[in-house]
Structures are given as C-alpha cells and as structure tokens.
Design a protein around this ligand. Structure first.
Ligand SMILES: NC(=O)c1ccc[n+]([C@@H]2O[C@H](COP(=O)([O-])OP(=O)(O)OC[C@H]3O[C@@H](n4cnc5c(N)ncnc54)[C@H](OP(=O)(O)O)[C@@H]3O)[C@@H](O)[C@H]2O)c1
Length: 326
C-alpha cells in the first residue's frame, strides 16, 4: 500500500468504464447485482481503488458508473470500508472553458456518487487540439484540492513534457499531483518504453496507474486468431492484432501454466512488477475473483524479462489513445 498525499492507494484497483456502457461493453442494468458483488469482493480483498469518469455511460446511461459506485460504496459495511477510494475523471469537454466549470463538474460527480470524490483526475489534455482551453481547466482542478473538495488530484493521458509543466504550475501553488494514468499493458508499453513516464513519475513522487491492463480482454487469452471476436470496436481491434500478438499470448500462456495462474493474472502481475497500479475492468464476479488472484505473489526477474522481450519483439501493439500527449 502506497500513500500519495491523503490517499491510501492499494496494489491494484478496479476499472468501471463498462458499468453503464452499452456501446462498447454490452452493459445491461440486469448486471447491477453482479457489479455490486464485484465491488464488495474487491473491497474485501483490499482492491479499494475504483476508477470511473463523468463521461462514463452511454446515452441515457451517462453517469451510471458513478451512480453505481456511489450506491455500492455508501452501503458497504465490510472490511476495508475506510480505504475505499473513488477516483473520477472529469472530461475536458469543449464547453468546459472556465475554472469554475471544473467545480461544477466535480459537484455533478459528487451528486451522482452521493459522497465526495476522493481522487479527481483530468481525463485528458487538450494540448494537442485546443491548447488555449487547458490551463483554465487545470487551474480549476487544483482549486478543488485547495478548497478541500477532494483528497488528491491526478492526471490521465499526459506525457512527460505536459506532466512536468503541470507539475511546476501546481507546485507553485502547493498542490501535489498524486497519480498519472496511462494505457499500460504488455500490449501498450509505449507510455513507459518510449515516453518514459514511469521515470518521470518516480522523480516527481507521482504514482503511475495502468489503465486497460488486459488490453480490453485480449491478454486473458479468450480470443484467438480463429475468432470468435467480440462485437464492434473491440472485434475490429482484435482483427488488427491477430496473428501478430500470438507470440505474446503463447509466452503468457506458458508462464501461466508453470505458475498455475491464469494469463490475466500474469498480465496484471507484470504491471505490478513494473511499479504501476493496474485497474482492470471487471463485469462479473468470476472475472473479479480471477483478477484478485494477481495479488500476493510476484513474477521473477527471468519471467519479467521474457515477457518484456516478447512484447518488444511484436510488430503490432494496441492503438494509443488519441488524447495521449508527449
Ligand atoms: N484514462 C483513460 O482514458 C482510460 C481509458 C480506458 C480505460 N480506463 C480505465 O481503465 C479501466 C480498465 O481498462 P478497460 O476496462 O479499458 O480494459 P481492461 O481492464 O484491459 O479489460 C477489461 C475487460 O476485459 C474483460 N475481463 C476482465 N477481467 C477478465 C478476466 N479475468 N477474464 C476474462 N475477461 C476479463 C471484461 O470484458 P468482457 O467480459 O466484455 O470481455 C472487462 O470489462 C477502465 O474500466 C477505466 O476505468 C481509463
């Protein structure tokens, strides 16, 4: 457990993008009892960080992920209740132009959650397409910390150059950056291997969070070159990546077999071994149980090196988030 400012961050968290998303993740409100069970199990096992976003949920279900998290967190009575950390991300929508728009956005999240936000994160930087918009939003984010509305502040999809700029500006007003989240997995090493974000985070005392650590489910081994693939965008991504990623899946499978673990557990343990907090999404109790099995053991140096070697040798990796800055 690492402490970033007032936050007690666990070794692993849980992502909730799918909770309320019909389009990409086939969410159905009939899943809610299952998601409640996922939440309870995670907290009981010390997986107390839950990542959400004010843009999560499709169509009329917008905000559903925050609402569900709030319901579950506010009624949870088991162990580790005092460690629950709800981390939301505020979207840099084009109509959010002022400092105060971040205060309103955070109020909206707190209302849906029925409690205060613990960690508030800037979902993405507008630096690549609307640089004039960015500082007002970031200043508004820091205001939330100053006013005690949140315990800590984080960023998402920022590269090292932008991160350092924001770090300096926040430092000058005494606001620490607790976390940075980037797409980081064996199929998305770019933020760390090319952009060096881990090194910069370590220098600045920022905890790295790995999102999509299972590469949207691909690293669990449940898809193969012969299909079937998931529907929609995920299926499209699968088609792009197979058979190029087969050597990595073979390597994960072999290590999983020798360790008597699952491929998902090995993929998540690799993230932890790299010093990041993975936040795998879980839609079922079975998935959550399996992912929790990534805790309490460690891949050895040889296994880590073999996974690194095979990952680096691939011709293709997951496409990077278009908002990721340098
Ligand atoms: N900051 C950002 O811009 C950003 C972007 C993306 C994600 N995130 C955050 O990161 C979290 C995690 O990323 P993600 O949800 O994109 O992808 P992920 O964690 O790589 O994959 C999660 C999906 O894989 C499947 N799965 C999970 N555990 C499994 C298991 N043990 N066995 C088999 N299948 C399993 C589930 O979907 P199926 O059952 O449908 O296969 C699950 O929804 C998100 O929920 C979100 O909170 C942040």
């Amino acid at each position: 457990m690492s402490t970033a400012n007032q936050l007690a961050l666990p070794t692993m968290g849980c992502g909730t993008w799918a909770w309320g998303n019909r389009l990409l993740w086939d969410y159905d409100p009939r899943m809610d009892d299952q998601l409640h069970a996922v939440f309870d199990l995670c907290v009981a096992y010390g997986v107390t960080l839950f990542d959400t976003g004010d843009s999560y949920g499709t169509g009329r279900l917008k905000g559903r992920s925050e609402e569900l998290l709030g319901q579950f967190a506010n009624t949870y009575r088991g162990s580790n209740a005092d460690r629950i950390c709800i981390a939301t991300k505020l979207a840099a929508y084009p109509w959010r132009l002022t400092r105060s728009s971040m205060a309103s956005a955070c109020e909206g999240s707190a209302r849906r959650l029925g409690r205060k936000v613990d960690l508030v994160q800037m979902h993405w930087s507008t630096a690549n397409y609307a640089p004039w918009q960015e500082w007002a939003l970031l200043d508004g984010l820091a205001d939330l910390y100053d006013r005690g509305e949140v315990k800590a502040v984080g960023l998402s999809n920022y590269g090292p150059k932008r991160l350092q700029k924001v770090y300096q500006r926040f430092r000058d007003r005494g606001v620490p950056i607790a976390t940075l989240q980037v797409q980081y997995s064996l199929l998305s090493t770019y933020p760390v291997s090319e952009l060096n974000v881990k090194e910069i985070c370590d220098e600045l005392g920022i905890q790295l969070i790995a999102y999509s650590p299972l590469a949207l489910g691909l690293l669990t081994g449940k898809y193969s070159a012969n299909g079937p693939y998931p529907k929609g965008l995920r299926g499209f991504l699968c088609k792009q990546l197979f058979p190029a990623i087969d050597p990595l899946l073979d390597c994960l499978r072999a290590i999983a077999r020798s360790r008597q673990k699952t491929m998902a557990q090995v993929a998540l343990n690799w993230c932890i071994g790299k010093g990041a907090i993975p936040i795998p999404g879980a839609k079922t109790l079975e998935q959550a149980k399996q992912n929790i099995g990534a805790l309490g053991w460690q891949l050895d140096a040889g296994e880590m090196a073999e996974l690194d070697r095979v990952s680096e040798s691939l011709d293709k990796q997951m496409v990077q988030n278009i908002f990721q800055t340098r």
